[in-house]
Design a protein around this ligand. Structure first.
Ligand SMILES: Cc1ncc(COP(=O)(O)O)c(C=O)c1O
Length: 493
């Protein structure tokens, strides 16, 4: 074993890892990366098929991001954001707000004309997530990672509720299998038994609504993915009905919902579960109807991962709080942001002695190196050629993944933009899942690594989320590795 691997085994504790298993094998030690390729300590190359746990956007060692970080490094790496401002963090805040507003306007422009009232003027929209001009994101609160961005969103939503509606018992609603991070507030909003059950006594209780997991639709409404599959009934969004029921139940019980928390477009750690068109819009309308805020956790989906810059844009929904992290710096440095409306911001204004201040902050808030990397990354993201390239890659990904339907262990292939989840099952006819202790997802990813492609599964779901620097050939190599690895592991299963 090489010296670095030895040090790792001796001293490091890895996240979300059964360390007894980890200590049995020599780990892959990454020493460098360029574009979508990572290189290990032995000079072996791998494709970074999950963008280094969903963070990297434009590829590793991108000359423009590197140059931006170096230029900032020559000036200063970090100064406190508590009581001081800085150039890159101020400019970045403006750019993020501009980007969010442009994204909202883009989706507004695509929207069909609103129905007109008797006087011929568009009818006022009283519910729904669509009134972007009145619910505009206006302020940026920086933190360090996805968990802290969600912790900030949660605290702001809670205090906003208490300040505008008086001290009252409230609830938060999030989705089944939700994952919003690992701090205690974020875990309280989560509903993944495996990760969260152990912390039960430490958590506040949040309410859960079913997620629209169409592949395993309990109402038998999912569309058949094969011509010879049985005929399913027409979807009538019973899952959205459940959201409405939950809001009504809490309202009736005197614990109204302060905020609905969603991962728009695609629930990541749940196993890449995409929402059918219309789900988010309807769920947002219900939340609005009950006077609740909408918190969009775009930690995974922001910056074009699912197609548009923000996933909310797909459904013309304007959240009150928008959390982003992973891709914010292009995946180069840990930095996060929670965007809020002016209305929420205003609820925290007052005399110093009123103690309306938002008492929350981290030492590295607004880090100048991170903000510089983020500015360079946003510039790359907005280049028209980059957007065309992403669209082309999305199409290529759909095509490459379609070959996987030939494998009987492939139950479902779910793709939104450049995010894909391939759900493995014992038999596609019955959709019977593999047991956890069979470690099928993990074994498939190990077999992919032997073929030079790195990713991490979510249970029995194989995740592909390539950086935007990926070439069509590299994409083909990734899909081929999934095919061969699934075939190798499941043939004997
Ligand atoms: C949707 C979502 N929210 C929050 C988080 C937590 O982010 P972090 O790991 O940066 O704390 C993640 C991480 O995967 C995520 O996917």
């Amino acid at each position: 074993m090489n010296r670095i691997a030895e040090l790792d085994h001796q001293f490091v504790w890895h996240p979300f890892t059964q360390m007894r298993d980890w200590l049995k094998y020599e780990p892959i030690v990454i020493v460098s990366g360029r574009g979508s390729v990572l290189e290990d300590i032995h000079g072996r190359q791998y494709l970074d098929a999950n963008s280094s746990i969903w963070t990297n956007l434009h590829g590793h060692a991108h000359p423009e991001i590197n140059a931006a970080i170096s230029a900032q490094l020559a000036k200063i790496s970090h100064s406190s954001h508590l009581g001081l401002a800085s150039e890159p963090a101020s400019i970045l805040a403006k750019e993020l707000i501009d980007l969010a507003r442009a994204s909202a306007e883009e989706s507004e422009a695509r929207r069909e004309p609103r129905p007109t009232g008797r006087d011929g003027r568009p009818e006022a929209v009283t519910t729904g997530g669509r009134e972007t001009s009145t619910r505009r994101l206006a302020k940026v609160f920086y933190s360090d990672d996805g968990s802290t961005a969600m912790e900030v969103a949660l605290k702001l939503a809670f205090q906003h509720d208490q300040r505008t509606k008086g001290k009252r018992p409230v609830s938060f609603i999030s989705m089944d299998q939700a994952y919003h991070g690992d701090t205690i507030g974020a875990v309280s909003l989560g509903h993944i038994e495996t990760f969260h059950a152990a912390y039960g006594p430490l958590l506040f209780s949040s309410e859960k609504v079913m997620s629209p997991y169409c592949y395993r639709c309990p109402f038998n409404r999912a569309k058949p993915e094969r011509a010879d599959a049985r005929v399913y009934r027409q979807c009538e969004f019973e899952c959205v009905g459940k959201v409405e029921e939950k809001f009504a139940e809490l309202h009736g019980a005197g614990r109204p919902c302060a905020a609905l928390v969603v991962e728009p477009a695609m629930q990541g750690a749940a196993g890449m579960i995409p929402q059918p068109e219309g789900w988010l819009r309807r769920a947002a309308e219900i939340a609005r109807g009950f006077g609740a805020l909408l918190i969009a956790d775009e930690v995974m989906t922001a910056f074009g991962r699912t197609g548009p810059i923000f996933a909310c844009e797909r459904e013309e929904v304007s959240p009150d709080l928008l959390a982003m992290a992973k891709g914010l710096t292009g995946g180069y440095l840990p930095m996060a942001a929670t965007l809020t409306t002016g209305e929420i911001f205003d609820a925290f204004l007052g005399e110093y002695s009123e103690l309306k201040t938002f008492f929350h902050g981290h030492s590295y808030t607004g880090n100048q190196l991170g903000a510089s990397a983020a500015l360079a990354s946003l510039k790359l993201l907005r280049e028209p050629a980059a957007e065309l390239h992403r669209r082309a890659l999305e199409t290529a990904m759909t095509k490459e993944l379609s070959a996987l339907w030939d494998l009987s262990a492939v139950g479902d292939i779910r793709q939104a933009g450049l995010v894909a989840g391939i759900e493995l099952v014992r038999d596609w006819h019955t959709r019977e899942p593999f047991r956890l202790d069979e470690r099928v997802g993990i074994r498939v990813c190990e077999a992919m690594a032997r073929r030079g492609v790195l990713t991490r599964p979510v249970g029995n779901v194989i995740v592909l989320m390539p950086p935007y620097s990926t070439t069509p050939d590299q994409l083909q190599q990734m899909a081929r590795a999934v095919y061969d690895a699934v075939d190798e592991v499941t043939r004997s299963q």
